[in-house]
Design a binder for this molecule. Structure first.
Ligand SMILES: [Zn+2]
Length: 211
């Protein structure tokens, strides 16, 4: 996984590692994959984070706490999501992303389920407070109107079902792995619909200027 933390030296926290680059991972502040320099030797001990060493991001110079016990940054890096979505879709999408970063899979899948509804509203297929129209119908109509291909329709139905499981107490409650899979599916759908539309408009705009 691209957000994996790599330890570049042994004995991190030791005096030998002082002022050396010791870790590579996603920075919680600049959100880039960066290297981190140990800025002080010795550990801090915390009940929550265990043995912790202060590191500095070589990209943005922010100081992060690195838990050696858990191989984890504090604060935790935000998951990177898609950019350029319209506001009415982005608010649910970003909520899903924040839930994954906060290790809240039930919240994440519920928010991603709302993303599907918001895509339906965007294309004039669904309305706000649309109780009559089930999510299944919205997905079916997205396919009928050729916004999505059948494969994506099937994928979205998977998202809808897991989203249901996230909203009620049951045996199939989603874990963070499933929430991440759903995020990838939602990304695929958004890339091939909403973001594809704006790319198309951009290309058409360029073309008409040439004529
Ligand atoms: Zn940084």
């Amino acid at each position: 996984m691209e957000d994996k933390i790599e330890l570049l030296r042994g004995k991190i926290g030791d005096v030998d590692c002082d002022n050396k680059v010791v870790v590579r991972g996603r920075c919680p502040y600049c959100n880039d994959r960066a290297t981190f320099r140990q800025i002080k030797y010795g550990f801090e001990r915390s009940k929550i984070t265990g043995q912790t060493v202060p590191l500095q991001c070589e990209g943005c110079s922010s100081i992060v706490a690195f838990s050696l016990t858990q191989t984890k940054f504090y604060p935790a890096p935000m998951l990177k999501g898609l950019e350029g979505l319209p506001e009415e879709i982005d608010k649910y999408y970003q909520e899903g992303i924040r839930c994954i970063s906060a290790d809240a899979p039930n919240g994440a899948v519920t928010a991603f389920r709302k993303v599907i509804h918001a895509i339906g509203i965007h294309y004039g297929i669904a309305k706000v407070n649309d109780n009559k129209q089930t999510l299944y119908k919205i997905i079916q109509e997205l396919c009928d109107h050729e916004h999505i291909v059948k494969k994506l329709k099937d994928a979205l139905i998977g998202v809808k079902d897991i989203g249901n499981d996230g909203a009620h107490i049951n045996e199939n409650e989603p874990d963070i792995e499933q929430a991440l899979k759903i995020k990838h599916l939602i990304d695929t759908v958004l890339n091939s619909t909403i973001l594809c539309d704006s790319n198309l408009e951009f290309v058409k705009g360029k073309h008409s200027k040439k004529d």
